[in-house]
Unconditional design. Structure first.
Length: 416
């Protein structure tokens, strides 16, 4: 027996003519993505399979988070590969015909910091002995399910996972660089570096996951500042509307007003009520008057958010990412302070991040018959110098006239 027609209707809102309606805020994204198995073969990364896009949006919109990520990437790359100390010719040892190792390292480091993983496409060259390595953006990769041995034997690639009709996914065989395997010439394989994440079954988790809500909060503060200026610093308040006849009309009005006023995009939040008596009055708006003691509430909260973001990235000094550092710490110079802060960062997380990339690079070198391990030029914060010092170093030194030795001058002429 089929369901009654009435059961298909949407539930009606309870009658609450004299009550106050609380508008719902957007649900915060979680620190770790929920994975769902897909009937087509891959595992969704996030409920809507768009979790990497969310992380990219956070990177593009949060100034502190973006600076912290860029700093972490630069600390991995350092000043580039030290070919001289490795005893190699940098022009001959390249990952592919279009890129240098420095470019590959920067791309891999960016994905590793953003997502906690990175992917490399490996192709055997025509000679059957060497390989070409290409960076594969991780946001375009999805995992296949584990096989009976608990291994991922393939991955799925799509240029845009939000438009599968236009960019249908294709499957690519997985590759483990540490295992010897007969590869076909010209066939692409995919290697994915993954770290252990206790909350994830398939995908990895970025190390800053605990600060995702703080990153969102900074984005909202930026929106708040912008929209406050655009809207002329309009205050929040109570919006009183005339009585309407049905609950459907009431909810439609609430939805329309909410879209216009609520959220950081409009720098306002609105409480909506309806009159219960029959009075010939129009719409009224009663503003809230903010307490004078709360003038710096948002500034203090924003500073706490910045501190949480830096803590999640394990950056001990805000000056490392170009932010002002207020206070006297007792160091003789700012360069010394930066150097000590950077060494602390390296001990906390920088060296670990660098080795997560360099180990894979060493495997790539071995596949091409190069046994030398990668050596990176480290960053140094003690070589800034000022303009005066630069002039002193670059300007040739000339002896003063009264200090010129005539004998030396004659000897130089003879030699000439």
């Amino acid at each position: 027996m089929s369901r009654p027609i009435g059961s298909k209707n949407k539930p009606k809102l309870p009658s609450n003519k004299n009550g106050v309606y609380l508008t719902k805020l957007e649900k915060q994204i979680e620190g770790s993505a929920v994975t769902r198995k897909n009937a087509l073969g891959w595992v969704n990364w996030g409920i809507k399979n768009t979790y990497p896009n969310i992380l990219l949006d956070l990177f593009n919109q949060s100034p502190t988070h973006r600076s912290a990520v860029n700093f972490a990437v630069q600390s991995i790359l350092g000043n580039g590969v030290d070919y001289e100390q490795m005893g190699l010719n940098g022009d001959e040892i390249v990952p592919n015909y279009a890129q240098t190792w420095d470019e590959i390292i920067k791309n891999l480091a960016m994905d590793y910091i953003l997502y906690g993983s990175y992917a490399i496409q490996v192709i055997m060259n025509k000679d059957g002995k060497t390989f070409s390595f290409w960076h594969m953006p991780l946001d375009k990769v999805r995992w296949s399910e584990y096989d009976e041995d608990g291994q991922i034997t393939s991955y799925w690639i799509s240029q845009d996972w939000t438009a599968l009709g236009q960019y249908p996914p294709f499957q690519i065989e997985a590759l483990d660089m540490k295992e010897e395997k007969n590869l076909e010439k010209g066939k692409p394989y995919l290697y994915v570096y993954r770290t252990y994440s206790p909350t994830m079954t398939y995908y990895t988790q970025p190390h800053y996951a605990a600060a995702i809500k703080a990153i969102q909060a900074e984005i909202e503060y930026c929106n708040y500042d912008l929209k406050n200026i655009v809207n002329g610093f309009a205050p929040s308040g109570v919006l009183t509307l005339p009585e309407v006849e049905t609950d459907e009309q009431r909810q439609a009005i609430i939805n329309n007003v909410t879209r216009m006023f609520q959220g950081s995009d409009n720098a306002n939040s609105v409480m909506i009520t309806f009159r219960s008596n029959i009075e010939d009055k129009g719409v009224e708006y009663t503003p809230f008057t903010a307490a004078q003691g709360n003038v710096n509430t948002y500034a203090d909260a924003n500073q706490r958010v910045i501190n949480r973001i830096l803590a999640a990235h394990q950056i001990p000094n805000a000056a490392l990412i170009g932010m002002p550092d207020i206070g006297n710490s007792g160091f003789s110079s700012e360069a010394d302070k930066l150097e000590v802060s950077y060494q602390l960062y390296n001990k906390l997380t920088g060296n670990y991040n660098r080795m997560a990339v360099v180990r894979t690079l060493n495997q790539m070198f071995k596949m091409n018959g190069v046994d030398t391990e990668i050596i990176m030029k480290p960053l140094n914060f003690n070589d800034f110098g000022n303009d005066a010092n630069v002039e002193e170093r670059t300007e040739p030194t000339q002896p003063k006239e009264e200090e010129i030795d005539e004998n030396n001058v004659e000897e130089q002429k003879v030699e000439e």
